[in-house]
Write a protein that binds this ligand. Structure first.
Ligand SMILES: [Zn+2]
Ligand SMILES: [Zn+2]
Length: 315
């Protein structure tokens, strides 16, 4: 099957064997999304070699006998493939299973391909009312919803989301759904305009933002974003880290201690909640779509993803 392969920082189009194991469902990819993490993988994050891509919507075409009810279903899939058996898996923290593979990020062939494979337990059926172009956003919206699980009182606090890219625009919409006051701070005029069209309070950062917000989410995707975010947070505030970057950052841990800042790392989130948010329209993803490319045009697609917001591949 046709797939994109990442090796030594270069993407090429290859003919790959069908992915997956006998106990996995085989899913024909209808659409796949390019995310900041994919751009980071290209610059060396996670040392990944193989087929990238972890945001997709597809149709189940083959299943193991015990999962036949999934045949023909239009699905999205959770990206952590856990052992299901270790102490962490049994405690419910499957996304932290030490022997996990992660679709298109760690040890598992991803969705920038005609087919992708996942265990049936990872799949979620997409309601008919959600079109493919919306459903392909379930994975990143779920990641945004993870904040609601980790900081349950976020709706009662003043929040700044730092970063006006794909993830920042989703996080700001998810948090607005809690009725909290959310300010989206970014540096790109066109993206801030788009955010305002989505009804968000969005603007350039100002010097007087320092130390103002009770909760700050770093969604910049840049190593320096952490330091910028720390500057905005109030004493006793909470800093949520959503960026996964290649490279490291120097920062003042003294300020974390003196200001008693709580730091929360945040990754994958609940798919059911994301499906609800997209179905109810709390999160509107249509304006974030900046292009759909065939798999073969991956060079243009990745170039567009660097400058634009959400770029999709249609295998
Ligand atoms: Zn992603
Ligand atoms: Zn496990």
């Amino acid at each position: 099957v046709r797939a994109l392969e990442l090796r030594d920082g270069e993407l090429t189009s290859i003919l790959a064997p069908l992915p997956g194991a006998p106990d996995h469902c085989l899913i024909r990819v209808r659409l796949a999304g390019i995310c900041g993490t994919d751009l980071q993988l290209l610059s060396g994050y996670a040392d990944f070699a193989g087929v990238p891509g972890h945001e997709f919507v597809g149709t189940v075409e083959r299943t193991p006998p015990e999962a036949e009810s999934w045949l023909g279903a239009r699905v999205v899939g959770e990206i952590n493939i856990a052992c299901g058996d270790c102490a962490r898996c049994r405690s419910g923290a499957r996304s932290h299973c030490p022997s996990r593979r992660v679709l298109g990020i760690r040890g598992a062939s991803g969705a920038f391909a005609e087919y992708v494979a996942l265990p049936a337990g990872n799949l979620h059926q997409v309601p008919d009312a959600l079109d493919d172009e919306t459903a392909v956003f379930v994975e990143p919206v779920a990641a945004a919803c993870r904040i609601l699980e980790q900081v349950p009182d976020v709706g009662a606090r003043t929040v700044a989301v730092l970063g006006d890219g794909r993830l920042g625009l989703l996080i700001a919409q998810v948090l607005r759904g809690t009725r909290t006051s959310v300010t989206l701070l970014g540096r790109h005029a066109t993206k801030l305009d788009l955010a305002r069209r989505l009804g968000l309070d969005a603007r350039l950062p100002r010097p007087d933002d320092a130390g103002v917000f009770e909760v700050v989410v770093d969604a910049t995707g840049r190593p320096a974003g952490f330091t910028d975010a720390l500057r905005l947070v109030q004493p006793r505030g909470t800093l949520i880290l959503k960026s996964t970057c290649a490279g490291e950052t120097a920062l003042s841990l003294a300020q974390v201690a003196v200001d008693e800042v709580t730091i929360v790392g945040s990754r994958c989130g609940p798919f059911e909640r994301a499906l609800e948010m997209l179905s109810s329209g709390v999160v509107d993803v249509r304006p974030l779509l900046s292009g759909v490319f065939p798999l073969g045009a991956f060079d243009e697609a990745f170039a567009a993803a660097r400058g634009g917001i959400k770029v999709l591949l249609r295998p």
